[in-house]
Ligand binder design. Structure first.
Ligand code: PLP
Length: 418
């Protein structure tokens, strides 16, 4: 089938939740490059939205999945599973947590974390169930994670929302303090809000939140679905802050493209999940866990996390160079290879995305008109410099047109969610 035929098929048969998608269909990828059906190459600075941390066709990941598929794809959780136990061990050994539960997605990991926090206090006979989250956060699309997501526009069509959630402004410790009640069981945060435009939590805020949690006996849940797995230049973003959360949630990069989510928790909290409290048919199956093992060991053994930190510095400096040059760039922010460039609202970010795509670069536009860069961690310096040159050329046209007159028909959207 050619590209147009596939698009027509999708439009007829697939639910239209993604609107007008980018009109490219990828056939295969190698390292950080994707090739479309016509053989055109694209350097990928989105990585399946922070998923493909090892890029495309990484031999360690391909070998792990292939050999697991030849042995056993799935086995029910009625039995012990070697890859599951091994993957859990690796996550525990490399984090501040003690026990792991595997889910299938970020939303599902967060849903489980919410249940775990509530069960922890239920077991203690305490009536604490409220979860405080941040405005403009994004925690997923299930009903409870939508309720946790601090963006009314996503909740509205699906009311009533599950009870027990409230959101307060991000990076505002006073607002958080005021929101706490005797019923508060957990504070749930992203350390960098990805979907709303790569907004970073400040060091003081994170330290303050942790202290508040300690003082008030409240659990700290960190949603590292996007920031985890080396993305920010540490295996987990909390490691930048010298704090330890009670619960961490992961997904996206954990399987390098194979769907898997995880909850990691301290022993005292994890033990609240006892037989029957939680479960999943697919969660932690041999295939997904074999992929996770390959991702974690490759990230650690190939020095990809330190490399991410160094390349991220270089990338950020190059983005700053563009910011100094073009007055319509408002801000450059982020850590490691999770970077954002906020544009004046008069410059339509989605058209920059389309213009970059035409030049063979995949970028994304998130909330607050922010270009978001989340390349595979195997991206090279030369590829980053290539993107900067391409953006330089595109921004020059923006400047010359005194406004924005790049005409691109098929529209990328400034997505606020993944
Ligand atoms: C921080 C964060 N949490 C949760 C999710 C939901 O993950 P999933 O789409 O795998 O359910 C996302 C997705 O973008 C995310 O960025």
């Amino acid at each position: 089938m050619n590209t147009q035929e596939i698009i027509a098929l999708d439009k007829k048969y697939y639910m239209n939740v993604f609107g007008e998608r980018l009109p490219v269909i990828f056939e295969y990828g190698r390292q950080s490059t994707l090739y479309d059906k016509e053989g055109k190459a694209y350097t990928d600075f989105v990585a399946g939205i922070a998923v493909n941390v090892l890029g495309y066709g990484h031999p360690a990941l391909v070998e792990a999945i292939t050999s697991q598929a030849q042995k056993l794809l799935h086995c029910s959780n009625l039995f012990y599973i070697e890859a599951q136990a091994q993957a859990a061990k690796l996550l525990v050994e490399n984090s501040c947590g003690d026990r792991v539960f595997f889910a299938n997605s970020g939303a599902e990991a967060n849903e489980g974390a919410i249940k775990l926090a509530r069960k922890y206090f239920y077991d203690k006979g305490m009536n604490k169930y409220e979860i405080i989250t941040a405005t403009n956060s994004f925690h997923g699309r299930t009903l409870a994670t939508l309720a946790a997501t601090g963006q009314k526009k996503y909740q509205k069509p699906f009311i009533p929302m599950p009870k027990g959630f409230k959101s307060v402004p991000y990076n505002d410790l006073e607002a958080l303090k005021k929101a706490i009640t005797p019923k508060t069981c957990a504070i749930m945060l992203e350390l960098i809000q990805g979907e709303s435009g790569v907004i970073e939590a400040t060091y003081e805020y994170v330290k303050g939140v942790k202290q508040l949690c300690n003082e008030m006996g409240i659990l700290l849940i960190l949603d590292e679905v996007q920031t985890g797995m080396g993305r920010t230049g540490k295996l987990f973003a909390y490691q930048h802050f010298g704090i330890q959360p009670d619960i961490i949630t992961l997904a996206k990069g954990l399987g390098g493209g194979v769907p898997i989510g995880a909850i990691i928790a301290k022993e005292s909290v994890a033990s609240a999940f006892d037989p029957g409290s939680h479960g999943s048919t697919f969660g932690g199956n041999p295939l997904a866990c074999a992929a996770a093992i390959a991702v974690i060991t490759t990230l650690l053994n190939e020095g990809l996390i330190d490399r991410c930190a160094q390349l991220g510095e270089h990338f950020k400096q190059r983005l700053m160079y563009l910011k100094d040059k073009y007055p319509f760039i408002k801000d450059v922010r982020g850590k490691g290879l999770m970077l954002g460039m906020e544009l004046e609202s008069s410059v339509p970010g989605k058209e920059i995305v389309n213009a970059a795509l035409k030049q063979g670069y995949i970028i994304n536009c998130a909330g607050h008109n922010t270009l978001r860069f989340l390349p595979p961690l195997v991206i090279t310096k030369a590829e980053i410099d290539g993107l900067i040159d391409a953006l330089d050329g595109i921004f020059q046209q923006v400047l010359e047109s005194q406004g924005f007159s790049l005409t691109v028909k098929n529209g990328a959207q400034c997505r606020t969610t993944a």
